[in-house]
Design a protein. Sequence first.
Length: 172
Amino acid sequence: MSMDDLEGRKQLLKLSGLRRGRILDVGLGDCGCMSFYLAKRGFDVIGIDSSSLAVHKSREEAAGKKLKVWFQARRINAVKMPFKKESFDGVFSYHSLHHMKNMPKAIHEMFRVCKKQGLVVISDLHAGGRREYEHAPDENFLFEVERQLKRYAKSIRKGKTEINKMFVCEKK
């Protein structure tokens, strides 16, 4: 099922409070929706995905959009990123953590590449969102995400939409 959650992206960016900077989007997916949303708002964005098809689609889409900011799509596995420590002002994961086989390691990497006092910003599907997107229920997933975030975050702000639970984490 393909849906566009523009309202969720708007609320996530608003909750983060970010206005500019260098952003890593972990998990482009088939549409690169979060990457393009951020790029259109003036952020320099690197979007990554382990799927070569997702990266290819994002590159084609970027060429068609003629973005005025820097955007790059790269095939990279989230559990072993080639970026230096503290490379990004913000690291986003939008509807992608539930697809990752090793979510705790991906979260560790997200915090590793985030600058000190930068933000790790995550939005994923809660029970209602999983039903809406026709995903199998998983009552413990978001609890485990939050448990992992607490290992690395100085503070966590939370938000919620009809389908998402959001976490904005300030790095320790």
